[in-house]
Design a protein around this ligand. Sequence first.
Ligand SMILES: Nc1ncnc2c1ncn2[C@@H]1O[C@H](COP(=O)(O)OP(=O)(O)OP(=O)(O)O)[C@@H](O)[C@H]1O
Ligand SMILES: [Mg+2]
Length: 359
Amino acid sequence: MAEVVLTSVRKSYGHIVAVKDISLEIKDREFVVLVGPSGCGKSTTLRMIAGLEEISSGTIAIGGRVVNHLQPKDRDIAMVFQNYALYQHMSVHDNLAFGLRNRHVPEAEIAAAVNRAARILSIEPLLDRRPRQLSGGQQQRVALGRCIVRNPKVFLFDEPLSNLDAQLRAQMRLELKELRLRVPTTSIFVTHDQVEAMTLGDRIVVMKDGIVQQVGTPLELYRRPANRFVASFIGSPSMNFINVNVTAHGGTFILAAQDVHLELPAARFANLGPCAGQSICLGMRPQSIRLGAPTNNDVGFNGTVLVSEQLGDEQILAIRIGPNEIRIAGIDPDLALSVGSQIEAAVGMDHLHFFANSE
Ligand SMILES: Nc1ncnc2c1ncn2[C@@H]1O[C@H](COP(=O)(O)OP(=O)(O)OP(=O)(O)O)[C@@H](O)[C@H]1O
Ligand SMILES: [Mg+2]
């Protein structure tokens, strides 16, 4: 069993606190993605788990054993970096064998481990080449192979796909998913790319300023973001936000802003009760909004077309409502809408999100 448990883990560099008391339980064989903007503490967290960075306080346990004071080599982990870190003067075969040779593993065992990894990653024909004779994707596969041969308890990945072009990145994402089926190992994967996080993670940890914002499955984060930061980070195009004033009128809550007037049944939106008389932030995903008049269970609003982005299978429309600009996705690509024209749009009440205005 190789669960990874972080308890109140903190990292300070002098006055800078890079990671603020993170607690996290990663289950055996689970694939967890740490995601967040640049500087939020993802790499620092991963490096503390790897033992490449000392922790300032808290505990880290791998497979039930506290590893705080263990050297990286004694933690039974394998790490893949963004820059592959392959030995340029060695063949692919020797790159794969290097770690095992260092540990004086018998040659027959090394050969078996290298062949197994090469087979899993389909790099058998490349074993005699040098890294510079490989494409970026092939080099990344060799870097993965180096981890597989060691058969570690935990894989740690720090942005391993970010050096690849978009097409190759998508392919390597699929390969990583397939790899998981063949070699199920507890994995922690760092990225700032929300698509990578959504597609790879069993669970996702969203971080900001060294603090965990939310932990959940991709769908939980998409459907029930805990705060405005998570809501804007997960999903593309990003969620739309409009600040509205909430007032109670009998059985109805009215959410109002310039050119916005939404009426919601109070019984169904009881959670808005404490917000009456206050300003809150209303969130709507671009995919939840459609053009046309509201029907039952919808609310509607009017806007002015600002610009359209043609993607071939859909258009993404930017419209202005009062001082706000919002996006609507999934518009028929053949629909011609001229800039400045007035449109009516609707969104299902179940697809409204509410956040505190201060977030
Ligand atoms: N050796 C160091 N000394 C001082 N501050 C550091 C050091 N290493 C990292 N930091 C700071 O700690 C914070 C977290 O850094 P970290 O590298 O973990 O971010 P990250 O989430 O991996 O970002 P990126 O997406 O850019 O890789 C940043 O504010 C960074 O400037
Ligand atoms: Mg980083």
